[in-house]
Design a protein around this ligand. Structure first.
Ligand code: TYD
Ligand code: MG
Length: 455
């Protein structure tokens, strides 16, 4: 066998290169190539005979152990996103833009867990201890039995963790941690990956839960391109619009609970406050019925959430009219505009379109299609929709309306918030509908004719 030197592998696409380059030829990613040691040419590389290795113990899928008790944080919204509380020995990554409130959230969580009797260690690599203490003071958390350290040396942190053995360790942030085993700057892909690997291994070995804070890059990924996401059990994103006080903690991956679950918080002068009824909050500043506004009855994770979709349509001075979309998928908006034009004969050419989900909420459900179309039409025709109406349904390319899941839950939430009528796709599974008057529509044309006949 020819002696092989080290190889260079792209961490994004796995392409193998003969030498290191700044950019991968395979996928075009920058700074993604790492050196890998050659396979050792020991006897094992010649053959893997049955005599080598030891017999692995095999078990069945039936479980004898009871699931470990989850620790409640005392913050209902956080527990919900974690899938019902903190699982011992789990590794959690909390990502988000700088300044969105990650440190605030986790300091509150640490204090809350500590007050519930868990031993908590909060390691800040970004702020001095005095800064963290000051924040704790301001948030009224100074009396919580949280152990605090300002440190970036991974070796010292691991040694300390091994001695203290806390139930929960919070590392703020993973990008500031630095391992002397790795020969590159803190924050580099190699450092972030090494630090994450060490901390997650520690968690699994010693039964300590770790929460890692990660900053998000411009492309919306947690720096250390995705390498960290697959190492941890749970990935949470903390998001929100900078100008809004709402913050949404969203589970995008969770080995111990449903993904897509959200927790809603409000950033106040005294830290983050839980919002137990997000629908009421998102709709609270809705004024009189005005053209361009439609209320969408959505589902976020396991609970229904009502949001207001706002549209503005105005003649465009530009050759290519603007399509400005906040909080919705702009690809879907293009599709809805195309369906309105092709199937209903309502053109948006020459018109600027602005769409927004009120309150800084983000909605990715296809079920929002019909509410978006309603808001667009209402804005275009300058006709307000009835203020007590909620709308949901997916629009297919043919212009037909497709039923969406959990129709009854959507209606129940709407009724609870004082709405009395709903528009839903024809084949929606609705029995009764409670006190709501539900009008079922087969396709978009029927909807347009029904709602905007005069226009
Ligand atoms: P921070 O938790 O430091 O953000 P991150 O760790 O994600 O970078 O939050 C900083 C912002 O939160 C800052 O702009 C001020 C605001 N804030 C409040 O509005 N109220 C508060 O009680 C606190 C502690 C912060
Ligand atoms: Mg911070």
């Amino acid at each position: 066998m020819a002696k092989s030197g080290p190889s260079f592998t792209c961490t994004e696409c796995g392409a193998v290169h003969k030498k290191w380059t700044g950019r991968c030829d395979g996928c075009g990613a920058w700074n993604s190539i790492v050196e890998e040691a050659p396979l050792t040419a020991g006897p094992a590389s010649k053959t893997l005979g049955p005599a080598r290795g030891r017999q692995i113990e095999l078990t069945t899928l039936a479980t004898k152990e009871v699931p470990p008790p989850r620790a409640s944080s005392g913050l209902g919204e956080l527990d919900r996103v974690l899938g019902g509380g903190l699982v011992p020995a789990s590794a959690i990554l909390v990502g988000g833009d700088p300044g969105i409130g990650k440190s605030t959230l986790l300091l509150q969580a640490a204090a809350s867990f500590a007050r519930q009797g868990l031993s908590c260690l909060y390691v800040s690599g970004e702020e001095a201890s005095a800064q963290v203490r000051m924040r704790a003071q301001r948030l009224g958390l100074a009396d919580a039995p949280v152990q605090l350290a300002a440190e970036t040396s991974l070796r010292d942190i691991l040694t300390t963790l091994d001695t203290v053995r806390p139930d929960l360790a919070i590392i703020d942030s993973i990008q500031t941690m630095w391992s002397d085993n790795v020969d590159s700057a803190p924050g580099s892909v190699a450092q972030v990956r090494a630090a994450c690997h060490e901390l997650v291994s520690f968690a699994k070995k010693r039964g300590t839960s770790v929460i890692l804070v990660g900053h998000v890059t411009k492309e919306g990924q947690i720096a250390g391109p995705r390498v960290v996401e697959h190492m941890v059990d749970t990935v949470l994103y903390f998001e929100g619009e900078r100008g809004h006080q709402f913050r949404i903690l969203r589970a995008v991956k969770n080995r111990f609970g449903p993904a897509d679950e959200i927790g809603v918080f409000e950033m106040t002068g005294a830290g983050l406050a839980e919002v137990a009824n997000p629908s009421a909050l998102f709709l609270s500043d809705r004024g009189q019925a005005s053209p361009g506004s439609a209320v969408f009855a959505g589902i976020e994770g396991t609970r229904p959430v009502l949001t207001e979709i706002q549209a503005l349509v105005s003649p465009s001075p530009l050759g290519t009219p603007r399509r400005t979309v906040v909080g919705l998928d702009s690809g879907r908006i293009s599709t809805i505009l195309a369906v309105l034009e092709a199937r209903c004969g309502i053109p948006f050419a020459g018109l600027d379109v602005f769409l927004n989900v009120a309150g800084g909420m983000r909605s990715t459900e296809p079920a929002a299609d019909l509410a978006v179309a309603a808001a667009l039409l209402s804005a275009r025709e300058d006709v307000a929709l009835p203020p007590d109406m909620v709308i949901f349904g997916e629009i297919s390319l043919s212009g037909a309306l497709r039923p969406v899941g959990q129709s009854e839950n959507r209606l129940k939430e709407a009724e609870k918030l004082g709405f009395s009528q709903a528009i839903a796709p024809e084949r929606s599974k609705i029995t009764g509908g409670g006190g709501m008057r539900v009008r079922k529509m087969p396709d978009l044309i029927t909807f347009v004719g029904d709602m905007f006949a005069a226009g």
